[in-house]
Design a binder for this molecule. Structure first.
Ligand SMILES: NC(=O)c1ccc[n+]([C@@H]2O[C@H](COP(=O)([O-])OP(=O)(O)OC[C@H]3O[C@@H](n4cnc5c(N)ncnc54)[C@H](O)[C@@H]3O)[C@@H](O)[C@H]2O)c1
Length: 376
């Protein structure tokens, strides 16, 4: 039986602690929990009775013999805690984002590289979505040919003012390092780069629409690749819409929604163009549907898709599988998100890999500006 602990028993950590304390992951038990807030530990007394409770994660690590630890604290604390755990030989799964900046995520990845005996990863749980896995398999196999165009529209993470009024560290540069991209859409941005690779440059706009917050809730970006562009849109202010990724390739097209992926196949477009004599009417030769899976969908609604991430982490520790995303992969989504912020701010194209020094300056300025604009 693997002994796990959760650091940070807030909204997400409670779910992890509850699931593990109630045996939802076979072969894993909740050995300990840690939170600096006594109310969170009081919750654990009731809902995770058997777990030992700590208010200091260093004391917990010194006292308990743990096989794995899940970090579910606010974003800026991830780097310090993850580095400490890895250096003390503890396997660690960091809730997304690895950290708010590329520089911090790189630091974690470097420490993890220096400790290959330790399993270190990031909980990008949407990689467990079987439609994305199938898409990855199809794109990597070359069956669809080269990518020619990509569109991602994400309008299904609606957040009202009431959500932001709950306060805390959310929706601020100082608290979480960004807005809808850093908090919600990071999942899809990670999946995007996992499927189609990293862009070479970014041109973006980012706005705050109809909410009293200092971070963005509306983004439009062009992610430029060598041979194609990806048009990316994200909004968390408009009435709940879609999560739609469309990848058009030379020999087919994938249209991936929340529950279903449509797979269109056709001859190479070069040949179709040559053979279509009347100028109109080229249609796909086959189409099929691949679903999220009804039982999976219901299971994820009840237990949270995040449990799949912990399961993969546990399997990796046991040598029976691989975690969904390693610490090394944690940086990629942040390259894109930090790049979008910088491009929107400068109103110009930003090349990747990111100029980390420039981004550090930008973030410092934004935090200062935020402080001046939110003074009571
Ligand atoms: N994978 C997902 O789908 C998903 C969903 C929601 C949140 N998250 C992520 O989970 C993390 C936590 O988010 P949340 O919404 O649960 O936040 P939260 O504010 O509700 O909870 C954070 C908890 O961490 C505790 N904490 C802060 N610093 C600590 C420290 N040094 N040691 C111990 N405890 C500490 C706080 O007291 C609080 O109880 C974030 O990284 C967030 O982005 C992931």
């Amino acid at each position: 039986m693997l002994k796990f602990a959760v650091i940070g028993v807030g909204r997400m950590g409670k779910r992890h602690a509850f699931n593990l304390a109630h045996g939802l992951l076979s072969g894993v038990k909740l050995q300990a929990v840690c939170d600096i807030d006594s109310k969170a530990l009081d919750w654990c007394k009731k809902h995770a009775k058997r777990a030992n409770r700590y208010s200091d994660y260093k004391q917990m690590i010194a006292t308990e013999k743990l096989d794995g630890v899940i970090i579910a604290t606010p974003h800026y604390s991830h780097e310090e805690i993850a580095v400490y755990l890895i250096e003390h030989g503890v396997n660690v799964l960091i809730e997304k984002p690895a950290s708010p900046t590329v520089t911090m995520a790189k630091h974690i990845a470097e420490v993890a590289k220096a400790h290959p005996e330790v399993k270190a990863g990031v909980s990008y749980n949407q990689r467990s979505n079987r439609m994305y896995k199938k898409a990855k398999e199809m794109l990597s196999s070359g069956k669809l040919g080269d990518i020619q165009r990509v569109n991602f529209i994400i309008t299904d993470w609606y957040r009202s003012q009431a959500y932001y009024n709950q306060g805390g560290w959310r929706a601020s540069y100082v608290g979480e390092g960004g807005g809808c991209l850093m908090n919600q859409c990071i999942h899809q941005i990670d999946v995007l780069q996992w499927l189609i690779g990293m862009p070479k440059h970014i041109t973006a706009t980012a706005h705050t629409v109809d909410r009293k917050i200092t971070v963005e809730n509306d983004v439009t970006a062009i992610l430029g690749y060598n041979n194609f562009d990806c048009a990316f849109t994200a909004s968390t202010h408009e009435i709940k819409g879609v999560n739609r990724l469309e990848i058009a390739c030379d020999k087919g097209r994938l249209v991936i929604g929340s529950r279903r992926m449509k797979i269109f196949r056709h001859k190479s477009q070069v040949i179709v163009n040559r053979e279509t004599k009347f100028g109109y009417g080229a249609t796909p030769s086959t189409s099929s549907t691949y679903g999220y899976g009804c039982i999976r969908y219901i299971a994820d609604l009840i237990k949270g898709q995040q449990l799949r991430s912990i399961r993969a982490f546990a399997k990796d520790i046991k040598g029976k599988g691989k975690m969904l995303a390693t610490a090394q992969e944690g940086e990629n989504a942040l390259q894109i998100i930090n790049g979008i912020y910088l491009s929107a701010y400068k109103n110009s194209r930003v090349a990747l890999p990111l100029d980390e020094g420039e981004y550090g300056e930008y973030l410092k300025n934004r935090i200062e500006w935020e402080g001046q604009n939110t003074k009571k």
